[in-house]
Design a protein around this ligand. Structure first.
Ligand code: TYM
Length: 338
């Protein structure tokens, strides 16, 4: 086991996470989760359900529990093999909350205040601008730095948080001595920002906006088809990606990301298509890419004990790696260790 761990440690590390709020979308899938499973061919990968992040917005205990299990199973269903990756629930590894507290002291108030997501979420829920919401990117930095990750695959909206993580790591390393790997954020070429089908200027979000505009990974095929058929386009007839055609561009991006092709190639495929046929074909592509995910997910949810066991094993593996970094950090800062 040790030999195996050492061999794995020579490879570059990847860390990423998803938070269990709302219902995971095609945006989460195409912007991030789709690529995670295959990364373990080349990298040593850790993926988490970021449940501690989920309570920065008001959430019912029942929903938090169900969303967390659902997302955990979904990560396996999209292709993350728990034997080849470390897959775990963030709150099962206490080092995340501990390192977050330590890193708070190396994060400037002004830096955290500039985070776009904090500003957006504060506007959306002015009655609940809690300190956790403000501290959210520092917890995210702790997630990443605990595992000395080299690469953080995320969608476009998380890049500002990864930048802050780099700032915190660099500051700490300069103040003491090299302690943390300074990670690089990595967004996919296509699909790093998928927009709502009903409002192609707004991000497709798990818990946001019009349900018809958000395609959920677990939506049944007929629901997916209905949402695509109703997708907002424009009064033109030409399937072409450009700034003036956000709806069409979004659909072309979805198609390109599903099929791992360029936007230009997607455009060529639909050059002679009317909008109705185009929307149907993009919908069918989404149905087909999500079908095996849904089937695998349903099988996993039928075996709750099995799922909990995978969670336990993942937490143990993550805990061991996290403990090393945490201990190093305590020592560097000057804490008396037993
Ligand atoms: P979350 O849960 O909002 O989203 C998970 C991943 O999906 C990407 N994403 C999208 N990509 C393209 N188009 C969209 N419409 C879209 N919506 C979401 C996100 O960019 C993200 O990569 N704070 C993080 C979770 C987290 C994390 C971390 C990520 C916690 N700790 C450490 C990386 C490293 C979040 O809320 O993602």
């Amino acid at each position: 086991m040790n030999e195996q761990t050492n061999a794995v440690e020579k490879r570059k590390r990847v860390f990423s996470a998803v938070k269990p709020t709302g219902n995971p979308t095609l945006g989460n899938y195409l912007g991030a989760m789709k690529y995670w499973g295959r990364m373990s061919d080349e990298y040593d990968c850790l993926y988490a359900v970021a449940d501690l992040h989920a309570i920065t917005v008001a959430i019912d205990p029942k929903d938090l529990r169900e969303n967390s299990k659902r997302l955990f199973a979904l990560l396996i269903a999209v292709g993350i093999d728990p034997e080849r990756n470390v897959l775990f629930m963030q709150s099962h590894v206490k080092a995340h909350a501990e390192l977050c507290w330590l890193l708070n002291n190396y994060t400037m108030f002004g830096e955290a205040s500039r985070m776009t997501q904090f500003k957006d979420k504060s506007k959306k829920a002015p009655e609940n601008i809690n300190v956790g919401l403000f501290d959210y990117p520092v917890l995210m930095a702790a997630d990443i730095l605990l595992y000395q990750a080299d690469i953080v695959p995320v969608g476009d909206d998380q890049m500002q948080h990864v930048e802050l993580c780099r700032t915190i790591a660099t500051r700490f390393n300069n103040r003491y001595s090299p302690t943390f790997t300074v990670p690089e954020g990595k967004v996919p070429t296509f699909g790093s920002r998928i927009y709502s089908l009903s409002d192609p200027t707004a991000k497709m979000g798990k818990s946001e906006g019009n349900a018809d505009g958000n395609v959920f990974i677990l939506d049944p095929p007929e629901v997916i088809m209905r949402k695509f058929k109703r997708a907002v386009t424009d009064c033109d007839t030409c399937v072409h990606a450009c700034e003036d055609k956000p709806g069409i561009t979004n659909l072309l991006t979805i198609y390109a990301a599903i099929n791992d092709i360029t936007l230009e190639r997607a455009e060529r495929e639909f050059a002679a298509c009317d909008y109705a046929t185009f929307k149907t074909r993009v919908g069918e592509a989404a149905v087909e890419v999500l079908r095996p995910v849904r089937e695998k997910y349903e099988a996993l949810r039928r075996d709750d004990k099995g799922l909990m066991e995978i969670m336990r094993v993942g937490a143990e593996k993550a805990e061991r790696l996290a403990a090393r970094t945490l201990e190093k950090v305590y020592k560097k800062i000057g804490f008396v260790r037993l």
